[in-house]
Write a protein that binds this ligand. Structure first.
Ligand code: NIG
Ligand code: FE
Length: 400
């Protein structure tokens, strides 16, 4: 006996089997227990729901955000419109470190209220899982504060990524190596000791950390048996994608300047490519990520909003999908995979999330559209008409 079944739903399974028009999907103990055409449904369930012809998709997975922070950077937006570049602003003491100042002075309660309010936008758009990075603390106290806040967010499953190596804090100006020592020896171990870290990320870029410094962060993560990810090749080709692949990274993110050999290395290491069209758009970048090479080498392409106050103040997975299609020439199917199965892969969650398959989480969304491609096509519409979220509570209920 199943707990519940949804009948009269079209199922975008996000598996190679494709869509099931007029399907049925049943759940039991927080997991999908039956998927197929309605005509084949002969079982029984305690509850029966009529999906009224809506499309059912796995809940979205946004695998790259910086959701927890204080302050805005609207004045930097104005400066950029007058001709300053993102790198100019960072070098002049603005950029990431200006958000660090605001985040250090905010209390945990203030940060939580701000982030929870932002998160409601993702929830309204059928999101099941969101990754949230630290990286606006750049000291032990504030990095841990950000991660605690992320873990306290409600309404979605949260994955936390430690991004202590996001920028060199002001008090370490000119001493990036010493700051990396602090991250390796003190901040990351303290965060891990509190069990606040699901993965470790770094910003490998001219205005942040070089390959050697990034590799030192990765080896510290490896010692703690934590998976790694990387902000790689966003503004220049520092060989970040290849470095991430060398360390078996879950994902390499941004990738505008990644070379063909970087893509090949990612393919060999099964590192997911996370594309972030919000940052590309908002920084008015012109160099496209190597989409053709990613396709040729069959590197899974995930998408994220990259929500952050400086380079991507974007709070909509749906708009991120549209931008990925219009700016990066992804197909709507690729964009949907980017926020479902491949987003889950970028977080190492593909066993439980990202597709409609028996055994996977009953974290789903219902959409009033004629076809799933409409989700990537419409701008500013939100046709989400329901969210089903049964997995997390069933996990707690079932005990160890
Ligand atoms: O993913 N690239 C580095 N980190 C962010 C930007 C953070 C910021 O500007 O505050 C990003 O684009
Ligand atoms: Fe980012």
């Amino acid at each position: 006996m199943h707990d519940a079944v949804w009948l009269n739903a079209n199922l975008a399974t996000m598996t190679p089997h494709g869509a099931i028009v007029d399907g049925a999907l049943a759940v039991r103990q927080g997991r999908i227990s039956w998927v197929g055409p309605r005509s084949a449904w002969k079982d029984k369930a305690h509850e029966e729901h009529d999906a009224r012809g809506a499309w059912m998709l796995p809940g979205f997975v946004d695998c790259h955000t910086h959701l927890v922070y204080a302050g805005t950077r609207a004045h930097e937006f104005e400066l950029r419109l007058q001709g300053a570049s993102y790198e100019d602003i960072a070098k002049a003491g603005g950029g990431i470190v200006s958000t660090v100042r605001a985040t250090r002075s905010a209390s945990e309660a203030e940060l939580l209220a701000l982030a929870q309010k932002r998160l409601e936008r993702w929830i309204a758009e059928g999101t099941a899982v969101i990754e949230v990075k630290s990286g606006y603390g750049l000291d032990r106290e504030t990095e841990l504060k950000m991660l605690r806040v992320a873990r306290r967010l409600g309404g979605v499953t949260v994955k936390t990524t430690f991004l202590g190596a996001h920028a060199v804090p002001e008090e370490y100006k000119g001493r990036a190596d010493a700051y990396i020592d602090l991250v390796r020896k003190e901040v990351l171990p303290a965060a891990e000791a509190e069990k606040l870290v699901d993965a470790v990320d770094a910003f490998c870029e001219r205005i942040a950390f070089n390959r050697h410094q990034t590799a030192r962060v990765f080896t510290a993560a490896e010692k703690l048996k934590l998976p790694v990810k990387l902000h790689a090749d966003q503004l220049s080709d520092l060989g970040g994608a290849a470095l991430a692949a060398k360390h078996g990274a879950l994902s390499a993110d941004h990738l505008e300047y990644t070379s063909d050999s970087g893509v090949e290395a990612m393919a060999r290491a099964r590192t997911v490519a996370v594309l972030l069209p919000g940052a590309f758009y908002f920084l008015r970048e012109t160099r496209l990520p190597p989409i053709a090479a990613l396709r040729r080498h069959r590197v899974p392409i995930a998408l994220g909003t990259d929500h952050n106050p400086g380079s991507s103040p974007l709070s909509s997975p749906l708009l991120a999908m549209n931008l990925a299609c219009t700016l990066f020439h992804l197909t709507p199917d690729e964009a949907l995979a980017g926020f479902t199965i491949n987003g889950a892969r970028a977080l190492g969650m593909q066993e439980t999330h990202g597709s409609l398959e028996v055994g996977k989480a009953a974290d789903l969304a219902l959409w009033e559209v004629e076809a799933p491609a409409e989700l990537a096509y419409a701008i500013g519409a939100n046709p989400c008409v329901g969210r089903i979220r049964l997995y997390a509570s069933a996990q707690i209920g079932s005990g160890p």
